[in-house]
Design a protein around this ligand. Structure first.
Ligand code: ADP
Ligand code: MG
Length: 264
């Protein structure tokens, strides 16, 4: 029943538009994300994918349209307030603080508040120090989850490009997201790290996290997504089951001259 489906809708975007100096980067985009699923977002370069993440996470405000997260309209809310609601994004280019250690980078990612936590649910204590320790424990648990614990005291600047991408995700998890937006998490990862990341992302879904993922390596998107959206010129060109969407001739056409990345 329709009501049954809507009950689990964690994100609903309707008619969102954003122009930059006359160019419509996002042009009447509507989509819906069910709680506990992984939604893939693909489309040719410049289709507006990253801008859509900017709009959802409040880094950029749409000209028109509605974005409802967990039943609440979030258009107009500042990014930090949206983050506090449990909607966290990562960036296409990692934003780690290079002169801080890996552990310190994670500790900064903590919102230091109790919510529905996936990692190390901690008991509220009165002392700031105790809280610091709790945050550190949580950071270490997340680093372990990404196989990065042995690097915790290294400078983030000394990590490889792929490790920095993992760090970016690890830091996002510190904020206890309910919805995590990943912008090209596989870019710059070697095949071994990519395989590991696929497994980790699946584990996060098992833990109940909802994930939206922009990715141009189609095999990874197909391996992960429950539902796939194709963005073209700022609007949804196709959506549905990934296998169905990927064999849609209109999708192939949109990529003409750009081409799928057949290999990850
Ligand atoms: N801050 C900005 N100022 C001006 N133009 C922008 C800005 N952000 C994105 N754009 C433009 O919007 C379009 C969509 O970009 P983007 O969302 O990055 O695409 P994608 O992530 O799908 O490759 C591009 O033409 C890009 O140049
Ligand atoms: Mg992009």
């Amino acid at each position: 029943m329709a009501n049954e489906v809507l009950k689990n809708e964690i994100l609903k975007i309707e008619g969102v538009r954003k122009g930059f100096d006359g160019l419509l980067a996002v042009d009447g985009c509507s989509l819906s994300v069910q709680e506990g699923t992984i939604v893939g977002l693909i489309g040719p370069n410049g289709a507006g994918k990253s801008t859509l993440f900017d709009l959802i996470s409040g880094f950029v405000r749409p000209d028109v349209g509605s974005i409802v997260f967990s039943g609440k309209e979030i258009v107009g809310l500042p990014a930090y307030k949206i983050a506090r609601l449990g909607l966290i994004r990562t960036f296409q280019i990692p934003r780690a603080l290079m002169r801080m250690t890996v552990l310190e980078n994670l500790m900064l990612g903590s919102q230091n508040q109790m919510g529905e936590m996936i990692f190390a649910p901690i008991i509220r204590k009165s002392k700031v120090q105790a809280e610091e320790k709790d945050i550190e424990n949580k950071a270490e648990e997340i680093l372990k989850f990404f196989d990065l614990l042995r690097m915790k005291d290294e400078y983030a600047g000394s990590m490889s490009g792929g490790q920095k991408k993992m760090l970016e995700m690890a830091r996002a998890l510190m904020a206890d997201p309910r919805l995590l937006l990943l912008d090209e998490p596989f870019a710059g990862l070697n095949p071994t790290l990519s395989e590991r990341l696929i497994e980790r992302i699946k584990k996060l879904r098992e833990k109940g996290l909802t994930i939206m993922i922009i990715e141009h390596a189609i095999p990874y998107v197909l391996a992960l997504s429950d539902e796939l959206y194709v963005l073209n010129k700022g609007a949804v060109l196709a959506n549905g089951h990934p296998d169905k969407v990927i064999s849609d001739p209109r999708v192939f056409e949109a990529y003409l001259g750009v081409g799928f990345d057949a290999q990850p």
